[in-house]
Design a protein around this ligand. Structure first.
Ligand code: SF4
Length: 240
């Protein structure tokens, strides 16, 4: 396993696992218990948006999950606003906080008011997307084999600029970025050469992106834990 890329809320790593298992882990991301606003009481709404629209927007605001949150947790948040302008998620106040402060909820004009009591509960992404902590996708890593008599003009054929001419030979840099677009093969075909070979390396490049409630590393780890727990249950039942 090797980290290929890590940036804000996203990690990409290589892993020697089969696509069936990777897909099971991907699907189990929506089985991780996550906190989100589940019920909203709106006592005042002078804004131009319907109550239902505001409730929907608040439901989709990711909330920070700390160690004290359990599957039975219930947290209250209030939003009381009478300022002129856009009302952002950061104005939701309670023991738990939104991950991002700048998600627009609605807009108020001078003299207008908004009063909301929201109840957050723990659920799973399979029930509703508001409980989803993130997403995962993967692709095969490719081995690029280049013959020594490969024409040097091939460097211009790769849209990702991964092919370089070094000491009269063509080499690939950052092979893990190759997405098998086959432009280099097309070039060779036109040039009447068989100078490049592309084969799956057997490893996957897995990308996990977090919506902020828990980290991307935690998403991958917890999806595996929940999957393992379910498999244990199945084994128990089958063994009976
Ligand atoms: S398959 Fe596409 S991305 Fe990969 S080396 Fe060839 S041209 Fe570049």
């Amino acid at each position: 396993m090797k980290i290929l890329n890590k940036k804000n809320n996203q990690i990409t790593f290589s892993a020697d696992i089969d696509t069936g298992l990777a897909n099971a882990i991907r699907r189990y991301i929506d089985q991780i218990p996550i906190l989100a606003v589940d019920e909203v009481e709106i006592s005042k709404n002078d804004s131009p948006l319907y109550d239902e629209t505001i409730a929907h927007r608040i439901g989709l605001v990711p909330l920070k999950m700390d160690k004290t949150i359990s599957e039975k947790s219930e947290e209250q948040l209030t939003l009381i606003a009478k300022n002129d302008g856009i009302i952002y998620s950061g104005e939701l106040k309670g023991r738990v906080e939104p991950v991002y402060d700048k998600i627009p909820i609605t807009i108020l004009k001078k003299g207008q008011e908004l009063e909301i009591l929201a109840t957050a509960r723990v659920g799973k992404g399979s029930q509703h997307v508001k409980f989803s902590p993130g997403l995962m996708f993967y692709r095969n890593l490719i081995k690029v084999k280049i013959d020594k008599d490969c024409p040097k003009e091939i460097v211009n054929a790769c849209p990702k600029e991964l092919l370089k001419s070094e000491g009269g030979k063509i080499a690939i840099i950052e092979e893990e970025k190759c997405d098998m677009c086959e432009e280099c093969l097309e070039f060779c075909k036109k040039a009447g050469k068989k100078a490049v070979e592309l084969t799956p390396s057997g490893e996957l490049a897995i990308t996990v992106e977090s919506f902020g409630q828990i980290s991307e590393e935690e998403i991958f780890k917890r999806a595996i834990e929940v999957l393992k727990d379910d498999l244990k249950e199945v084994t128990k039942k089958v063994g009976k």
